[in-house]
Design a protein around this ligand. Structure first.
Ligand code: SAH
Length: 225
C-alpha cells in the first residue's frame, strides 16, 4: 500500500480503533444482522473516512452523523439491514442507489454486488463521495448527478434499488426500472412516520413487505449545484 494511502486510511483514528470497529460488528450481529458477507464488508470499510475529521472518533458508533448540506451518513445498522434485505434472495449484479451522500453505503454495496449506479442531487457531496471511492480503489461504481425520483432510466433495468432518503410515496420511475424479480428497498412516509419497505417485482405486479419504523432525511426534488 502506498504510504500516503496508508496514512489516509488511518487518519484520525486512535489505538482503540480496531477494538471499536469490532464492537460495532458485534453489536450489529446482536441486533439481528446475520449476513456474514455484509458484516465482513462493514468490518473492513473505514467509515471514519466518510465523515469530517472532527467526527472521525465517532465513526464506529451505531449512529447517523452530519456530513454537511443538512444531510447525514446513515446509521451502520440501517446500512447493514438494507444491504441484507437487498441480498436476501441471492447475489445481485446491477444495483442502483438513490442518495449517495457520503458514499458510505455506496462503498459497502460496491463490495457486495457487481456494479453500483449511484444517484445524488447535491453535486459537492457527490464529488467528495467519488474521491473517497477512488481512494479506496472501489471502481465498480458510476455516479449520476440528478434527481432520484427519476432514477437512471438509460441504464435500467436494475436487479436491486436502494433509496437512502425517505420518499412521500414510492417513485413510479423506480418501480418501472426494476428488473423481473428485482428488489427495491425504500423508506416511505414523512416526518416521524416512516416505514422501511421491501418491494419485489413479481411476474404479475409487485409484492410489498413493511419492515418497521425508520428515520431518514427526505427525498427532495431536483438536482442542486
Ligand atoms: N447513504 C448515504 C445517506 C445520505 S442522506 C450515506 O450513508 O452517506 C440522503 C442523501 O440523499 C443525501 O445525500 C441527499 O442529498 C440525497 N437525496 C435527497 N433527495 C434526493 C433526490 N431526489 N435524488 C438524489 N439524491 C437525493
Amino acid at each position: 500500500m502506498a504510504r500516503e494511502q496508508d496514512h489516509m486510511l488511518h487518519r484520525g483514528i486512535g489505538m482503540t480503533s480496531q477494538r471499536t470497529r469490532e464492537r460495532l460488528i458485534q453489536r450489529l450481529y446482536e441486533e439481528g444482522i446475520s449476513n456474514a458477507k455484509v458484516l465482513e464488508v462493514i468490518r473492513r470499510t473505514p467509515r471514519h473516512l466518510f465523515v469530517d475529521e472532527a467526527l472521525a472518533h465517532r465513526a464506529y458508533e451505531d449512529t447517523a452523523l452530519p456530513i454537511g448540506n443538512n444531510q447525514t451518513i446513515s446509521q451502520p445498522y440501517m446500512v447493514a439491514r438494507m444491504s441484507e434485505l437487498l441480498l436476501e434472495a441471492g447475489p445481485l449484479d446491477k444495483v442502483m442507489e438513490i442518495g449517495t451522500g457520503s458514499g458510505y453505503q455506496t462503498a459497502i454495496l460496491s463490495q457486495l454486488v457487481e456494479r453500483v449506479f449511484s444517484v445524488e442531487r447535491i453535486k459537492v457531496l457527490q464529488d467528495r463521495a467519488k474521491e473517497r471511492l477512488i481512494d479506496l480503489n472501489l471502481r465498480n461504481v458510476v455516479f449520476r448527478w440528478g434527481d432520484g425520483w427519476e432514477g437512471w432510466p438509460a441504464l435500467a433495468p436494475y436487479n436491486g434499488i436502494i433509496v437512502t432518503a425517505v420518499a412521500t410515496d414510492v417513485p413510479q420511475a423506480l418501480l418501472d426500472q426494476l428488473a423481473p424479480g428485482g428488489r427495491l428497498v425504500i423508506p416511505v412516509g414523512s416526518g416521524e412516520v416512516q416505514q422501511l419497505m421491501l418491494i419485489i417485482r413479481e411476474e404479475h405486479g409487485f409484492s410489498r413487505r413493511v419492515l418497521g419504523s425508520v428515520r431518514f432525511v427526505p427525498l427532495l426534488n431536483g438536482p442542486l449545484a
